[in-house]
Design a protein. Structure first.
Lengths: 361, 333
């Protein structure tokens, strides 16, 4: 069991996080009351479609929301300190030091005009006060650790001279050079091809074991979740709709959205005429639907779903869900309802897929 | 490029290879631009001659040769004491070859100082404006645009008339005026007045660098690597000065070399109008001013400072063109 390794100390705790973006078109409610905790050394997966608020949640933790984004409510506790209350100067010391981050497009995350070794060294100069020469040596050491061949030579390369997979290794080297408590990996393998993907995941797993760094893994790839995560939070429209450990999630999905997500994974070798999709697409975050945010796309929806927003409730030990179907006071309404069929035929699929748009991206 | 060769080659020496090859590529591309190379050679000759002025000519800068047969006198005039004036003497009897060399020191020093200060100042300010955007950008850009819309020369004339004609000297640390006086081979008092002129020219000099760097910072600040730098704990100042400015330095270099020519002409124009550097400090501009009164009788007089002036300002323009091509990463070979 992956959970045996986990210590019980809570490293980071996000409480009732609300993050909004104030734009000309209106207020984009990107995150609407997210709660979760990550223990030391834990890998927590955050899944959901594009626009579900996964990335904004991580950027809120880092306080990197830009000029228009604002944490309007909630707290982010890192080892007893509320990050949402810190000054920018204090945050600068935490970023890259206690919390590091890696991104989806590794190559474009490196400054094109500097050698990659210098860029990794710079992080150590900032946070560990190393001299230039020491930092350079440390950078080469990190390159060796993340499996970059010929680290001394490669350190002199410029970003355009290395491949995407190598660039992600460089980013990981940079992120872990300061031995952070938490690594936020925002779709770290999405831009890489499958074999490189596997290598990067292997590397992250190995480094996690070596350094004990907790990882917040943001992805929409259920395969990556299955391989990496201890616990999983499923996000929809800026809320967590389901939270449990990874094994339980793949066995029993309590939320219809999670059910749809997993149904949509094609099974290798299986030939069928239908395609599983979640109809419709993510709601407009400026103008969210009333009640349960998922009801317009939910095959199980009943009037209560439109009328009232369900709360996130621990309906089974360690398994939280935000759905009227599972809440004790309303679950009777679904007595005798069977599992929905997420599969659609030919023309239907085209229509649904078109509607779904981003959902599959 | 040589990227593939480098990655395959032995690693221990890859360091120097990488660093050097970047410079070498630029140099090789620059060499293909024939006019730029010719200009560079001519400019080097003029720089060298002006640096070696006290060695090349035996006349003191301001010495009046009373034994000259006429004043002004044409090139090649031999005075009664047997010394030859290679380019003749001016209306006061001062050796023109000597003065044109010393003037080169002054004109070039002013040009380099003005360009160095204004490109640095302009691009740092531009980087800040482009990076932060919003209100900071609004204010800085409006100031910039305001300065661009007002006609430069009349304003410069007014300011120089006030400051230079009244002998206003700004307080400055002693080493500045001493350094400058050594550079110009002129008394400290003259050097201090040159500083005033430099600052007057910087007043309008920073505008183009600001716009250039602001535009680049605007796009650069939205790139992923800036976000990654923030996530790695870089402060805004570090991102702006250590990462954004170096990314935009190539176009600034080109604009600097183009501006060098423009500043030399502008300084000459001010001096020509009697409002720049004042006699006895020679510049190409005030030498032209004196030549004006005699140019119909002695047509060689304006040519003495005029020819190097044209060569230098055109030369910097050609070099700028050459640099632009050489630094353009889109041209591979």
């Amino acid at each position: 069991m992956p959970n045996d390794r986990l210590k019980d100390n809570v490293l980071i705790k996000v409480e009732n996080l609300h993050t909004h973006f104030f734009t000309e078109d209106g207020v984009v409610q990107a995150v609407n009351g997210v709660d979760f905790a990550i223990r030391e050394g834990e890998v927590m997966g955050l899944v959901g479609e594009s626009g579900s608020g996964k990335s904004v949640t991580s950027l809120s933790i880092m306080r990197l929301l830009g000029a228009s984004g604002k944490i309007v409510d909630g707290k982010v506790w890192l080892k007893g300190r509320d990050l949402s209350q810190l000054t920018e100067e204090e945050m600068v010391k935490i970023r890259g030091n206690e919390i590091s981050m890696i991104f989806q497009q590794p190559t474009s995350c490196l400054n094109p005009v500097f050698q990659i070794g210098a860029q990794v060294a710079e992080v150590m100069e900032i946070h560990q006060g190393l001299g230039r020469e020491d930092a350079w040596q440390q950078a080469i050491e990190m390159f060796r650790k993340v499996g970059i061949p010929d680290p001394e030579g490669r350190a002199r390369n410029f970003p355009h001279e290395i491949s995407g997979g190598q660039a992600q290794r460089v980013m990981i080297a940079m992120a872990l050079s300061t031995v952070p408590d938490l690594l936020i990996a925002d779709e770290p393998t999405t831009a890489l091809d499958v074999t490189i993907q596997a290598q990067i995941l292997d590397l992250m797993r190995r480094l996690r074991t070596e350094t004990g760094t907790a990882i917040l893994l943001i992805t929409h790839d259920m395969g990556v979740i299955a391989e990496m995560a201890d616990n999983v939070a499923v996000m929809y429209a800026g809320q967590i709709v389901e939270y449990t450990d990874v094994n339980t999630l793949f066995e029993t999905q309590l939320h219809p959205y999670t059910e749809g997500l997993l149904a949509a994974i094609p099974v290798l070798g299986e030939v069928r005429d239908t395609l599983a999709v979640i109809p419709g697409s993510v709601p407009n975050l400026i103008n969210l639907p009333p009640g349960c945010k998922f009801h317009p796309r939910c095959p199980y929806a009943k009037p209560v779903c439109v009328a009232e927003m369900p709360r996130l409730d621990e309906v089974q030990p360690g398994h939280k869900v935000r759905c009227h179907m599972r809440l004790p006071e309303t679950m009777d309404q679904w007595a005798g309802v069977g599992r929905a069929d997420w599969h659609f035929f030919g023309d239907e699929v085209m229509e649904v897929v078109e509607m779904a748009g981003e959902a599959q991206s | 490029m040589t990227a593939t060769a480098r990655t395959i080659g032995p690693s221990s020496r890859a360091e120097d290879a990488t660093q050097e090859s970047q410079v070498r590529v630029v140099f090789r591309r620059f060499r293909r631009h024939r006019l730029a190379v010719i200009s560079a050679i001519l400019l080097l000759v003029i720089f060298g001659a002006s640096l070696l002025a006290p060695v090349i000519t035996t006349f003191p800068r301001d010495a009046i040769d009373v034994s000259s047969p006429e004043r002004p006198a044409p090139p090649g005039t031999v005075s009664r004491d047997g010394r030859m004036h290679l380019l003749g003497v001016d209306h006061l009897g001062r050796d023109l070859f000597t003065r044109v060399l010393y003037a080169a020191r002054v004109s070039l020093t002013i040009a380099f100082l003005v360009v160095l200060i204004s490109e640095t100042f302009g691009s740092l300010l531009g980087a800040v404006a482009g990076f932060y955007g919003g209100r900071v950008d609004m204010i800085l850009s409006r100031i910039n645009e305001f300065m661009l819309t007002i006609p430069q020369l009349p304003i410069l004339l007014i300011i120089s008339a006030i400051l230079l004609k009244r002998d206003v000297v700004l307080p400055m640390p002693g080493f500045v005026s001493r350094l400058l006086s050594a550079l110009l081979l002129a008394p400290e008092r003259e050097a201090q007045k040159v500083v005033v002129l430099v600052l007057i020219l910087v007043l309008f000099g920073w505008l183009s660098a600001f716009r250039l760097m602001r535009g680049m910072a605007l796009t650069l600040s939205k790139q992923d690597f800036v976000e990654a730098l923030r996530a790695a704990g870089s402060s805004d100042a570090r991102i702006i000065f250590r990462h954004i400015v170096p990314n935009g330095i190539a176009p600034i270099l080109v604009s600097a070399s183009l501006n060098l020519g423009a500043v030399i002409v502008l300084e000459s124009a001010l001096s020509f109008l009697g409002l720049g550097v004042q006699d006895p400090t020679p510049t190409w501009g005030n030498m032209l001013d004196f030549a004006r009164s005699y140019m119909f009788k002695h047509p060689w007089l304006p040519l003495v400072p005029g020819i190097p002036l044209v060569i230098v300002s055109m030369g910097f323009n050609f070099i700028g063109d050459g640099l632009r091509d050489a630094l353009d990463p889109r041209l591979k070979r």
